[in-house]
Ligand binder design. Structure first.
Ligand code: HEM
Length: 182
C-alpha cells in the first residue's frame, strides 16, 4: 500500500469500527429496555453462549446500526417490483428496511432474541461483507451481558419517543441513552 492508501484505510477502520459498534450497543440496549420479556430470556444465558450469539444477531437485525449500504451502480439493467433499474443507475440499498422484510422474517417487527435462522443484512452481503463482523459480534456479545449485570435494574429516564437520534444518513444511532436506576 502507498502511504496515502494506508492512511485512508486506517481512517476508515477507525471510523467504521467505532461508530457502528457503538450504535449496535446503544440501539440494542434500548431495544432490550423496551422489551423486558426478551431481556428476561437472557438473564440466565451464559455470556459467549448460543443464546447471546442469537440475541446479538437479532439486535443487529431489529434496529440496524448501519441503515443504508454504500451506493451501488447497476452493472446491468433489471426490473424489481415493477421498477426498471438501468445500467449505470445509482442505487441506494436500505439495510434497515430489508431487515424488517415480512417476506423474509416472520413477525419482522417483533424483537425475538431467540430468532433462528436470522439471515439479516446488517453486516452487508457478498464481496463487501463487513470486514469487522467478527470483532463487532464479539464486542456486542461481551458488552450486552456486562451492561445488564453492572448497571443492574435500570429504565429509560425519558419516554422513548423523546430520545434524540444522531442526524446521519447512513448510520442509525442515539445521541444519548439516559437511564435511571429502578
Ligand atoms: C455492529 C457493527 C458493524 C456493522 C453493523 C457494520 C456494517 C457494515 C456493513 C453493512 C457493511 C457493508 C457496506 C456495503 O456493502 O455497502 C460493512 C462493511 C465494512 N465494515 Fe463494517 N460494520 C460493523 C463493524 C465494523 C468494524 C468493527 C469494522 C472494523 C474494525 C468494520 C469495517 C468495515 C469495512 C472496512 C467495510 C468495507 C468492506 C468492503 O467494502 O469490502 N465494520 N460494515
Amino acid at each position: 500500500m502507498r502511504e496515502e492508501e494506508l492512511r485512508s484505510t486506517a481512517y476508515l477502520m477507525l471510523l467504521v469500527g467505532h461508530d457502528t459498534t457503538m450504535n449496535l450497543i446503544g440501539n440494542g440496549f434500548l431495544a432490550l429496555l423496551r422489551h423486558p420479556d426478551q431481556t428476561t430470556r437472557l438473564h440466565t444465558a451464559t455470556p459467549g453462549g448460543t443464546a447471546w450469539a442469537r440475541a446479538v444477531e437479532e439486535l443487529l437485525r431489529y434496529d440496524s446500526p448501519v441503515r443504508d449500504a454504500t451506493f451501488r451502480c447497476a452493472a446491468e439493467s433489471f426490473t424489481l417490483h415493477g421498477r426498471t433499474i438501468a445500467v449505470g443507475d445509482v442505487v441506494s440499498l436500505l439495510i434497515g428496511s430489508a431487515n424488517r422484510d415480512e417476506r423474509r422474517f416472520a413477525a419482522a417487527d417483533r424483537l425475538d432474541v431467540g430468532r433462528a435462522p436470522n439471515e439479516h443484512l446488517a453486516l452487508g452481503f457478498g464481496p463487501h461483507f463487513c470486514v469487522g463482523a467478527a470483532l463487532a459480534r464479539l464486542e456486542a456479545a461481551v458488552a450486552f451481558p456486562l451492561l445488564l449485570e453492572r448497571l443492574g435494574p435500570v429504565r429509560l429516564a425519558k419516554p422513548a419517543d423523546e430520545l434524540m437520534w444522531r442526524p446521519a444518513r447512513v448510520m442509525r444511532g442515539l445521541q444519548a441513552l439516559p437511564l435511571i436506576r429502578t
